[in-house]
Design a protein around this ligand. Structure first.
Ligand code: X8Z
Ligand code: ZN
Length: 619
């Protein structure tokens, strides 16, 4: 979670940030309204004063709101839901008031750069706006809290026995029994997703009314407006980036399908057509690295180790995994995490209460109250996720001297990319440096294909999923996808972009998207698609700065203080400048572009094309 008005990781988070239930603070609301009377046209000086008053009011609220959200996320009960929804509603009302207040300065001449930028943020800031109808903000937040908590409390089954969300997620990574995989997939989607359908439709209707009041066509248009470019151009840029990297995905899909067919036989996975969604080592088929064992090149090309196995063999526990992640950032010159991080974070799943296990990173006081919330397991996925979450925390701390409205990523894709880009440095040579891997076990150059394939199974496989999540939501918010087609549209997009198919017939009354955290969590998802592209741009730039001359995927900038310094220079800018400026500061380019990712995977691309010869690729 990011404590900022823009791009908060969920509607609830944002609402909580902006909220206050105290009468004393409620009084301040009037004080923060524009001071001018109706007749006098607002001036640039009024706008400056307005922005200052908002930053003050919002700053006063944010710690309290974040505390309520934290308690709810780490201890789900009817009572914490009730408090979170109430605080959330007040936050939504506050955010709407800020946005409408900001719109009054549209067209005012002589606005300073910063005031103009901050007013824009205020107009785009809410993830889920509410209309001014009495009770609408409360109803919206009741629903949003309810479905998020339903997700947190969700259960699937395995062999007819209940299994919780973090356990089922891990089990999908290691289980190779198609009947059990299907049971877990179907039970999770039926139990967790389906019951949210009607709530979701209601929520969409309310939030859309709110977006219209703020001058947007719908909520999707509002989300697309937050990227320092016209909203339509943003959608076009996403498609353009996808087309750039799609050939790589097509090869990975084709090769993986053949391997699954060889393992499971025609009855489970046909040689042609889409891949069965439950066979890919991940509940959502979003990252496929967990089935590397099934696709690994035979003999010489195989990597020879699995990070999860290495961690287990060395007796790592979740805290030691986080310490190791911290160690990487320290090696770049970042200050250690504060003591409170270790006292207040939720690193493992509490035994005796319901929580939201989906990983997140928080900065409760916008200064140094950094925390992560995870249900960490000792495996490769969570080792990478730890670096991802810490990337958020170090970004938050780097921009904590910015004015409040600039305490955010250059865009939300940047925020998601930092930790991932750092994790790309987890090379075999790095694992030797931190004593996880024996020097003798470092894969030789002839195993490069194995290393690249392991990465591609996570990084490349994710791309169409990262794209379609918000393609679905944009359609839902625009009305192109009405509630009776929610599920069908979802399954169709999964087929169209990912080339996957559910392991069983799906009902039109179901709600499979609700089985993915970010849908009930109301976290926009385009950010993760952008981050997949950006992280390779950052990585290539860092490796160039480090003077790396070998194959890109073997580069680790662990310990490179110069890279750390340059990275910090970008991070501390926060959202104070348009993202192309931030990108330029670190990489020298002003475009988001897939060529760094393509360059990284080039040897694999050539190899896959060879392997796939004679196959009928596509679906
Ligand atoms: O949600 C996350 C992070 C929290 S910001 C764990 N990610 C996406 C997901 O899990 O769906 C990271 C990768 C994509
Ligand atoms: Zn993240």
């Amino acid at each position: 979670m990011k404590i900022a008005i823009r791009a908060a990781s969920s509607a609830l988070a944002l609402a909580a940030i902006l909220a206050s239930a105290t009468p004393a603070l409620a009084k301040k609301k009037d004080e923060a309204a524009p001071a001018k009377t109706a007749e006098a046209a607002p001036t640039a000086a009024d706008a400056d004063a307005y922005v200052a008053s908002v930053e003050k009011e919002y700053g006063d609220f944010s710690l309290y709101g974040a505390q309520v959200a934290w308690i709810n996320a780490t201890y789900i009960t009817d009572d914490t839901d009730a408090v979170a929804a109430r605080v959330g509603a007040e936050g939504t009302e506050m955010g709407v008031r800020f946005a409408k207040g900001a719109a009054k300065y549209d067209g005012v001449q002589g606005l300073s750069y910063d005031t103009k930028r901050k007013l824009d943020f205020l107009k785009q800031g809410l993830v889920l706006p509410a209309p001014s109808t009495p009770g609408a903000a409360k109803e919206l937040n009741d629903i949003a809290t309810r479905i998020q908590s339903m997700y947190g409390k969700g259960r699937g089954t395995l062999n007819g026995k209940e299994i919780n969300g973090s356990d089922i997620e891990a089990e999908m990574g290691t289980n190779r029994n198609p009947a059990q995989l299907k049971e877990m997939w179907v039970s999770w989607h039926d139990n967790v997703g389906a019951p949210m359908h009607d709530d979701y439709a209601k929520m969409v209707a309310i939030a859309n009314k709110g977006a219209v009041e703020l001058g947007y066509k719908d909520v999707g248009a509002m989300w697309r407006a937050g990227y320092d470019m016209p909203a339509d151009d943003f959608a076009k840029m996403m498609d353009k980036l996808w087309l750039q990297v799609k050939p790589l995905y097509d090869q990975v899909h084709c090769y993986t399908r053949a391997k699954l067919n060889a393992k499971y036989g025609d009855a489970v996975q046909a040689k042609t057509g889409p891949i069965r969604a439950d066979l890919l080592g991940n509940m959502w088929a979003q990252e496929w690295g967990n089935i590397y064992d099934i696709v690994a090149p035979k003999g010489a090309g195989d990597i020879g180790y699995d990070i999860g196995d290495l961690l287990t063999a060395k007796g790592y526990d979740p805290v030691k995994m986080v310490k190791t992640g911290e160690g990487f950032y320290s090696s770049l010159g970042f200050a250690p995490l504060p003591d409170t991080f270790w006292k207040r974070s939720q690193i493992v799943k509490p035994r005796d209460r319901e929580v939201i296990c989906h990983a997140s990173a928080w900065d409760l006081d916008n200064k140094d109250d950094l925390r992560i919330k995870m249900c960490t397991k000792v495996n490769s996925d969570d080792f990478v996720t730890i670096h991802h979450e810490l990337g958020h925390n170090y970004y938050q701390r780097a921009y904590n001297k910015q004015p409040l409205l600039y305490m955010n990523g250059a865009n939300d894709g940047f925020h998601e990319a930092i930790g991932d880009f750092v994790a790309l440095s987890i090379t075999p040579e790095y694992l030797v440096q931190i004593d996880l891997l024996d020097k003798a076990k470092v894969p030789s150059a002839d195993k490069d294909i194995g290393l690249l394939l392991r990465q591609a199974m996570d990084k490349v496989a994710f791309l169409p999923f990262g794209l379609l999540m918000d393609k679905w939501r944009w359609g839902v918010f625009s009305g192109a996808v009405p509630p009776q087609y929610y599920n069908k549209a979802w399954t169709d997009l999964r087929l169209q972009y990912q080339g996957i198919t559910p392991p069983a017939e799906r009902s039109d009354t179901g709600f499979d998207p609700g089985a993915k955290y970010h849908i009930p969590g109301n976290t926009p998802y385009a950010r993760y698609f952008l981050a997949r592209i950006l992280q390779f741009q950052f990585y290539k730039a860092a490796c160039d700065q480090a003077g790396w001359k070998g194959p890109l995927h073997r580069c680790s900038f662990y310990g490179d203080k110069q890279v750390g310094e340059k990275l910090n220079a970008m991070l501390e800018m926060g959202a104070s400048k348009p993202w192309p400026d931030a990108l330029e500061a670190f990489t020298g380019t002003r475009e988001m572009d897939g060529s760094a990712m393509i360059a990284y995977f080039q040897p694999l691309m050539t190899w896959l094309q060879e392997q796939n010869k004679g196959q009928q690729c596509g679906w």
